[in-house]
Design a protein around this ligand. Sequence first.
Ligand code: ADP
Length: 315
Amino acid sequence: SPGFKVAVLGAAGGIGQPLAMLMKINPLVSVLHLYDVVNTPGVTADISHMDTNAVVRGFLGQQQLEDALTGMDIVIIPAGVPRKPGMTRDDLFNINAGIVKTLCEGIAKCCPKAIVNLISNPVNSTVPIAAEVFKKVGTYDPKRLLGVTMLDVVRANTFVAEVLGLDPREVDVPVVGGHAGVTILPLLSQVKPSCSLTPTEIDYLTDRIQNGGTEVVEAKTGAGSATLSMAYAAAKFADACLRGLRGDAGVIECAYVASTVTELPFFASKVRLGRAGIEEIYSLGPLNEYERAGLEKAKKELAGSIQKGVSFVRK
Ligand code: ADP
C-alpha cells in the first residue's frame, strides 16, 4: 500500500503533540517528521515507541527546518505562540504571521509540491499570507494550500446531532466562510440527513458553533484553547487529503481556500480532494434568508482579515 510523508510543524505544542500521535496511527503515513523550535527530541522518542507503520523523525530548531521539509507530501502547520499577558491581538498576529511566513519560505524551497494544511491562527489571514509568500517565490499552487476549518465542521456535526438525537457520525453540516467568530457560517438548511430545525434551535446552534472556541477557552480557565478536538479535526482533515492523494474518489470536505465562490479571494466551502490537492470547489447551494444575512456579515469581516494578511507580506 502507498505510504505518504507527512511533516508536522509546531509538533511539540498543545495541538502538535496529539496531532503527531494521531498521524502516527494513520496507516497511510509511512514517514512522519516532527519539527518544532523546542522539545521535539522528547516528543519524537515518545511517539516513536508506538507500534504502528510510520517511521518518526524529530527536527529541532531553525537549522533543521529544511531537513524536516525535504521530500514531504503533506505539511501540517499548527505552529504559533499563545497570547501572553500584556500582548495585544496585533502583537500575536505579527508573531504568528512571521512564523507562518518563515515556515512557508522553507516549504517553497524544500517541498514546493507538498499539500499545506494550515492551522495557525488567525487562519483567515495566515492562508493569504502563505499564498503571498509562495507567489513571491513563484511556487504558488492554489490547489495545494488549505486552511483547516474542520474543527468548525466537527463541532457543528456534534452540536446538531445532539439537538436531533442522532449519532454525530451520521450527521453532515456544511460550514462555510472563514474560521473565526461570525465568519464561521454553518449552513443549517443543508444538514444531512435533512431535518427541520426551529428558529430557536438555529439561533442556538449558529451561536454555539461560532463560539465553540470561546467555550473551550473559558472552560480551560487560562490554560489555553482547544487542542485535543483541534488535533482530532486536523488529523481527520489530513486523512482526507491523504485519501485524495492516493486517488480515492469522492473525498469531499470543507476548507478555507483560494476561491471564486464569492467575490472574496479566499473562502471556505466544500472542496473535492484528489491527487492534485483541491480538484473541485463547490458553490454554496441554496441559502435561506438567515444564511444570506450571515453571509454578508461573514464576508465583511473576512475581507478585512484577508487584506491584513496580504499587507503583512507586501509591506
Ligand atoms: P497550540 O495550543 O495552538 O498548539 P502551543 O503554544 O501549545 O499552542 O503550541 C505551538 C507550538 O508552536 C509550540 O510548541 C511552539 O514551540 C511552536 N512554535 C513556535 N514558533 C515556531 C516556529 N517558528 N517553528 C516551529 N514551531 C514553532
